[in-house]
Design a protein around this ligand. Structure first.
Ligand code: AMP
Length: 214
Protein backbone atom coordinates (compact mmCIF):
# COMPACT_ATOMS: atom_id res chain seq x y z
CA UNK A 1 0.00 0.00 0.00
CA UNK A 2 1.36 3.42 -1.00
CA UNK A 3 0.03 6.59 0.63
CA UNK A 4 0.61 10.32 0.64
CA UNK A 5 0.45 12.37 3.85
CA UNK A 6 -0.66 15.81 2.71
CA UNK A 7 -0.72 18.92 4.87
CA UNK A 8 1.00 22.22 5.60
CA UNK A 9 4.37 22.42 7.39
CA UNK A 10 3.93 21.41 11.03
CA UNK A 11 0.79 19.33 10.42
CA UNK A 12 2.55 16.29 11.88
CA UNK A 13 3.25 14.37 8.66
CA UNK A 14 6.73 13.28 9.74
CA UNK A 15 5.59 12.19 13.21
CA UNK A 16 2.76 10.09 11.79
CA UNK A 17 4.97 8.65 9.04
CA UNK A 18 7.44 7.44 11.69
CA UNK A 19 4.63 5.65 13.53
CA UNK A 20 3.51 3.94 10.30
CA UNK A 21 7.09 2.81 9.71
CA UNK A 22 7.26 1.29 13.22
CA UNK A 23 3.80 -0.25 13.19
CA UNK A 24 3.37 -1.36 9.59
CA UNK A 25 6.86 -1.77 8.19
CA UNK A 26 6.21 0.92 5.59
CA UNK A 27 9.02 3.01 4.08
CA UNK A 28 8.99 6.77 4.74
CA UNK A 29 10.04 8.85 1.76
CA UNK A 30 10.53 12.42 3.00
CA UNK A 31 12.01 14.68 0.33
CA UNK A 32 12.77 17.24 3.07
CA UNK A 33 14.89 14.65 4.95
CA UNK A 34 16.63 13.62 1.69
CA UNK A 35 17.46 17.25 0.88
CA UNK A 36 18.75 17.91 4.43
CA UNK A 37 20.91 14.80 4.10
CA UNK A 38 22.32 16.08 0.78
CA UNK A 39 23.19 19.36 2.53
CA UNK A 40 24.90 17.65 5.44
CA UNK A 41 26.97 15.44 3.17
CA UNK A 42 27.89 18.52 1.12
CA UNK A 43 26.90 17.24 -2.32
CA UNK A 44 26.71 19.73 -5.20
CA UNK A 45 22.92 19.43 -5.19
CA UNK A 46 22.86 19.93 -1.39
CA UNK A 47 24.81 23.17 -1.72
CA UNK A 48 22.54 24.35 -4.52
CA UNK A 49 19.32 23.92 -2.50
CA UNK A 50 20.55 25.21 0.88
CA UNK A 51 19.57 28.88 0.52
CA UNK A 52 16.21 27.99 -1.09
CA UNK A 53 15.33 25.68 1.81
CA UNK A 54 16.38 28.16 4.49
CA UNK A 55 14.18 30.81 2.88
CA UNK A 56 11.24 28.38 2.94
CA UNK A 57 10.81 28.23 -0.84
CA UNK A 58 10.32 25.06 -2.87
CA UNK A 59 13.27 23.51 -4.70
CA UNK A 60 12.76 22.62 -8.36
CA UNK A 61 10.49 19.74 -9.36
CA UNK A 62 13.32 17.98 -11.26
CA UNK A 63 15.44 17.62 -8.14
CA UNK A 64 12.78 16.11 -5.89
CA UNK A 65 11.29 13.90 -8.61
CA UNK A 66 14.81 12.52 -9.22
CA UNK A 67 15.24 11.79 -5.50
CA UNK A 68 11.92 9.94 -5.36
CA UNK A 69 12.62 7.93 -8.50
CA UNK A 70 15.88 6.62 -7.01
CA UNK A 71 13.95 5.31 -3.98
CA UNK A 72 11.12 3.76 -6.00
CA UNK A 73 13.67 1.71 -7.88
CA UNK A 74 14.73 0.06 -4.59
CA UNK A 75 13.00 -2.05 -1.93
CA UNK A 76 9.20 -1.50 -1.71
CA UNK A 77 8.93 -2.98 1.84
CA UNK A 78 5.43 -2.66 3.29
CA UNK A 79 4.65 0.20 0.90
CA UNK A 80 5.70 3.84 0.69
CA UNK A 81 4.60 6.82 2.74
CA UNK A 82 5.21 9.97 0.73
CA UNK A 83 5.88 12.73 3.28
CA UNK A 84 6.32 16.25 1.90
CA UNK A 85 6.04 14.97 -1.68
CA UNK A 86 4.34 15.75 -4.02
CA UNK A 87 4.15 19.49 -3.36
CA UNK A 88 3.16 20.70 -6.85
CA UNK A 89 0.79 19.45 -9.54
CA UNK A 90 3.80 18.59 -11.75
CA UNK A 91 5.22 16.43 -8.94
CA UNK A 92 1.83 14.74 -8.49
CA UNK A 93 1.67 13.87 -12.20
CA UNK A 94 5.25 12.58 -12.10
CA UNK A 95 4.52 10.44 -9.05
CA UNK A 96 1.56 8.83 -10.79
CA UNK A 97 3.72 8.01 -13.83
CA UNK A 98 6.57 6.65 -11.68
CA UNK A 99 4.32 4.40 -9.61
CA UNK A 100 2.86 3.00 -12.81
CA UNK A 101 6.34 2.47 -14.25
CA UNK A 102 7.32 0.44 -11.17
CA UNK A 103 4.16 -1.67 -11.40
CA UNK A 104 2.32 -0.21 -8.43
CA UNK A 105 -0.10 2.63 -7.64
CA UNK A 106 -1.33 5.10 -5.07
CA UNK A 107 -3.87 3.85 -2.55
CA UNK A 108 -4.73 6.78 -0.26
CA UNK A 109 -4.02 10.47 0.06
CA UNK A 110 -4.53 11.48 3.67
CA UNK A 111 -5.07 15.20 4.09
CA UNK A 112 -4.33 16.43 7.62
CA UNK A 113 -6.54 19.33 8.65
CA UNK A 114 -4.94 21.89 11.00
CA UNK A 115 -5.23 25.63 11.64
CA UNK A 116 -2.40 28.07 10.95
CA UNK A 117 -2.08 29.39 14.53
CA UNK A 118 -1.40 25.87 15.76
CA UNK A 119 1.23 25.41 13.04
CA UNK A 120 3.20 28.51 14.05
CA UNK A 121 3.13 27.42 17.68
CA UNK A 122 4.21 23.87 16.81
CA UNK A 123 6.99 24.78 14.44
CA UNK A 124 8.67 27.50 16.45
CA UNK A 125 8.76 25.11 19.47
CA UNK A 126 10.00 22.09 17.47
CA UNK A 127 13.28 20.21 17.80
CA UNK A 128 14.30 16.72 16.67
CA UNK A 129 16.77 14.07 17.73
CA UNK A 130 19.71 14.30 15.30
CA UNK A 131 20.25 10.55 15.60
CA UNK A 132 16.79 8.98 15.14
CA UNK A 133 14.53 11.88 14.11
CA UNK A 134 12.18 11.71 17.14
CA UNK A 135 10.25 14.99 17.28
CA UNK A 136 10.07 17.12 20.48
CA UNK A 137 8.11 20.25 21.33
CA UNK A 138 9.12 22.75 24.04
CA UNK A 139 5.55 22.90 25.34
CA UNK A 140 3.85 19.57 24.65
CA UNK A 141 6.80 17.14 24.59
CA UNK A 142 9.95 18.75 26.03
CA UNK A 143 13.42 17.23 25.71
CA UNK A 144 13.86 15.01 28.83
CA UNK A 145 15.69 16.50 31.84
CA UNK A 146 18.55 13.99 31.42
CA UNK A 147 19.01 15.34 27.84
CA UNK A 148 18.65 11.84 26.35
CA UNK A 149 16.26 11.00 23.50
CA UNK A 150 13.40 8.79 24.78
CA UNK A 151 13.57 6.73 21.59
CA UNK A 152 17.31 6.09 21.09
CA UNK A 153 19.15 7.60 24.09
CA UNK A 154 21.27 10.01 21.99
CA UNK A 155 21.91 13.58 23.21
CA UNK A 156 22.08 15.37 19.86
CA UNK A 157 19.00 17.60 19.55
CA UNK A 158 18.61 19.92 16.57
CA UNK A 159 16.39 22.79 15.51
CA UNK A 160 15.81 23.20 11.79
CA UNK A 161 17.22 26.37 10.21
CA UNK A 162 13.85 26.96 8.51
CA UNK A 163 11.78 26.57 11.72
CA UNK A 164 11.58 30.31 12.36
CA UNK A 165 8.64 32.67 11.87
CA UNK A 166 9.94 34.35 8.71
CA UNK A 167 10.70 31.12 6.80
CA UNK A 168 7.47 29.64 8.08
CA UNK A 169 5.45 32.50 6.55
CA UNK A 170 7.05 31.72 3.17
CA UNK A 171 6.56 27.96 3.64
CA UNK A 172 2.87 28.48 4.40
CA UNK A 173 2.46 30.73 1.34
CA UNK A 174 4.22 28.13 -0.83
CA UNK A 175 1.85 25.52 0.58
CA UNK A 176 -1.30 27.52 -0.19
CA UNK A 177 -0.11 28.62 -3.66
CA UNK A 178 1.49 25.43 -4.95
CA UNK A 179 0.55 22.43 -2.77
CA UNK A 180 -3.06 23.01 -1.72
CA UNK A 181 -4.30 22.54 -5.35
CA UNK A 182 -3.38 18.87 -4.83
CA UNK A 183 -6.44 18.61 -2.58
CA UNK A 184 -8.71 19.19 -5.58
CA UNK A 185 -6.51 17.02 -7.80
CA UNK A 186 -6.74 13.95 -5.55
CA UNK A 187 -10.38 14.64 -4.67
CA UNK A 188 -11.20 14.35 -8.38
CA UNK A 189 -9.34 11.05 -8.50
CA UNK A 190 -11.42 9.80 -5.53
CA UNK A 191 -8.29 9.24 -3.47
CA UNK A 192 -8.58 12.01 -0.87
CA UNK A 193 -9.43 11.27 2.77
CA UNK A 194 -9.56 14.09 5.36
CA UNK A 195 -8.56 13.51 8.96
CA UNK A 196 -8.39 16.04 11.82
CA UNK A 197 -4.66 16.64 12.36
CA UNK A 198 -4.75 18.57 15.63
CA UNK A 199 -5.37 15.87 18.26
CA UNK A 200 -2.90 13.91 20.34
CA UNK A 201 -0.36 11.90 18.30
CA UNK A 202 -2.07 8.58 19.08
CA UNK A 203 -5.54 9.94 18.27
CA UNK A 204 -4.37 11.16 14.87
CA UNK A 205 -2.61 7.82 14.28
CA UNK A 206 -5.85 5.97 15.07
CA UNK A 207 -7.71 8.06 12.46
CA UNK A 208 -5.05 7.26 9.86
CA UNK A 209 -5.13 3.56 10.67
CA UNK A 210 -8.94 3.59 10.39
CA UNK A 211 -8.60 4.95 6.83
CA UNK A 212 -5.90 2.42 5.87
CA UNK A 213 -7.82 -0.53 7.33
CA UNK A 214 -11.16 0.47 5.80
P1 AMP B 1 10.02 19.55 4.81
O1 AMP B 1 11.02 18.84 5.66
O2 AMP B 1 9.10 18.61 4.10
O3 AMP B 1 9.29 20.64 5.55
O4 AMP B 1 10.86 20.27 3.64
C1 AMP B 1 11.84 21.24 3.96
C2 AMP B 1 12.16 22.06 2.71
O5 AMP B 1 12.71 21.20 1.70
C3 AMP B 1 10.99 22.74 2.03
O6 AMP B 1 10.66 23.99 2.63
C4 AMP B 1 11.51 22.91 0.61
O7 AMP B 1 12.47 23.94 0.53
C5 AMP B 1 12.25 21.59 0.41
N1 AMP B 1 11.36 20.51 -0.10
C6 AMP B 1 11.02 19.35 0.54
N2 AMP B 1 10.21 18.60 -0.21
C7 AMP B 1 10.00 19.30 -1.36
C8 AMP B 1 9.22 19.05 -2.53
N3 AMP B 1 8.49 17.94 -2.67
N4 AMP B 1 9.26 20.00 -3.51
C9 AMP B 1 9.99 21.11 -3.40
N5 AMP B 1 10.73 21.42 -2.31
C10 AMP B 1 10.74 20.52 -1.29
Amino acid sequence: MNIILLGPPGAGKGTQARKLVDERGMIQLSTGDMLREARTSGTEMGQKVAAIMDAGELVTDDIVIGLIEEKLAGDHGGGFIFDGFPRTLAQADALGDLLEKYGTGLHFVIAMEVNDDALVQRITARSTCGNCGEVYNDITKPIPADNKCTNCGASDFKRRADDNEESLRTRLMEYYKKTSPLIGYYHCKNQLQWIPGLGEIDEVAAQINAVLDD
